[in-house]
Design a protein around this ligand. Structure first.
Ligand code: NDP
Length: 341
């Protein structure tokens, strides 16, 4: 049973050597019958999420999930198949999603926090992304916080990533003019040619982000969906229009520099332009899942939304996939396929 363990708490950028891929010999594929209420899962797909970096720190500011424990497996959103069960509500062959250990097989003694997957006519891996946290975060951030109107100017950073490419398409469906920033030419081409963005640019090639944004938004930005914080947020602020909204989804540019966050100097524009900056986490909106599914399933089935996964094969390659989020290696949603069935 291969596992990915956290070796030590992480300082700065996470490295593959902060994790260890180990094998704890064998796994018994049958649960002891005297252990009622348990399930044994075969873990199929694991989601790589930027916030897992925060959990690699002993204590982090604004913590809303526990830190990982050195010597124990990483934990993240996953999709698993039940291979044995002594729990009345879960049976062998069911698929579930929820937080799972980064390991090939798990014995779960309190499965009530896991969700059974009912719709299996879409790829199961989608439950780590567009049908899971990334999709819900894009949905909550866009529909609950952006108050988008047709014709408004919408900007999203980390636009080709898991949340970014979904939220940009929501904004297009709402009739906005949509521009995204991303870190390579390949990503920029995808945004314009596959995901239907009006414009996109490679922020790594721009010397003056404030001037770049002025070029793409001569009339200013109504809505900024912020995935990165830092320098980009600072450049956006003076480009915002009166009564603009900033949905603060995440600040990946800050996660590895916990002691020296980049400065944001242009905050006076919040006052000048009467902006709303709204931070949110999808965990506070789990009750919206049914509404979200009503929207997203038809969009997926009718191919009205494009969804891109970046799949790394094999749990042993999980550490490289996870740290790749911080160098922009992933194109679309980063998934680790432990097994496809
Ligand atoms: P992505 O799939 O977008 O992967 C991360 C991407 O961020 C990378 O591919 C890279 O793309 C970009 N990036 C990495 N480092 C930097 C940097 N220093 N500056 C600018 N861009 C950088 O991840 P997600 O879509 O899963 O997450 C996006 C954001 O949403 C994160 O901040 C995350 O923490 C947050 N989040 C928030 C949730 C909520 O409930 N509010 C829930 C889940 C995630 P590039 O090549 O473009 O640089």
């Amino acid at each position: 049973n291969k596992q990915v363990l956290l070796k030590n708490y992480v300082d700065g950028f996470p490295k593959e050597s902060d994790m260890a891929v180990t094998s704890d010999a064998t796994i018994n594929l049958e649960l002891p019958k005297n252990e009622p209420g348990s399930i044994l899962t075969k873990n199929l797909y694991l989601s790589c999420d930027p916030m897992m970096r925060n959990r690699m720190t002993q204590t982090y500011e604004g913590a809303y999930m526990d830190s990982f424990t050195p010597g124990s497996p990483l934990v993240g959103v996953g999709v698993s198949k039940i291979v044995d069960s002594t729990h009345p509500d879960f049976k062998k062959g069911d698929y579930i999603t929820g937080h799972v250990n980064w390991e090939e097989y798990s014995v779960i003694r309190d499965p009530q926090f896991l969700t059974k997957i009912h719709n299996t006519d879409v790829p199961l891996s989608y439950y780590t992304g567009i049908l899971g946290m990334a999709g819900m975060t894009a949905y909550v951030g866009f529909y609950e916080f952006c108050s988008a109107k047709k014709g408004e100017y919408f900007f999203v950073s980390a636009a080709s990533g898991a949340i970014g490419h979904i939220v940009g398409q929501f904004a297009k469906l709402a009739g906005c003019y949509v521009v995204g920033s991303a870190g390579s030419k390949e990503k920029v081409d995808l945004l314009k040619n596959k995901f239907g963005f009006d414009e996109a640019f490679n922020y790594k090639e721009e010397e003056n982000l404030k001037a770049t944004l002025k070029r793409y938004f001569p009339e200013g930005i109504d809505i900024y969906f912020d995935n990165v914080g830092g320098k980009m947020l600072d450049a956006v602020l003076p480009n915002m229009r009166l009564h603009g909204r900033i949905a603060s989804c995440g600040m990946i540019s800050q996660y590895n520099k916990l002691d020296q966050p980049e400065g944001v100097y242009n905050l006076q524009h919040v006052f000048f332009k009467r902006l709303k900056i709204l931070g949110f986490t999808f965990y506070d909106f789990l009750h919206l899942y049914p509404k979200f599914y009503d929207l997203i399933f038809p969009l997926i089935r009718e191919r009205k939304i494009e969804y891109l996964e970046d799949t790394t094969e094999g749990i042993e390659n999980g550490p490289a996939a996870l740290i790749g989020l911080f160098s922009g290696r992933n194109v679309g949603k980063q998934v680790v396929a432990v097994s496809h069935n």
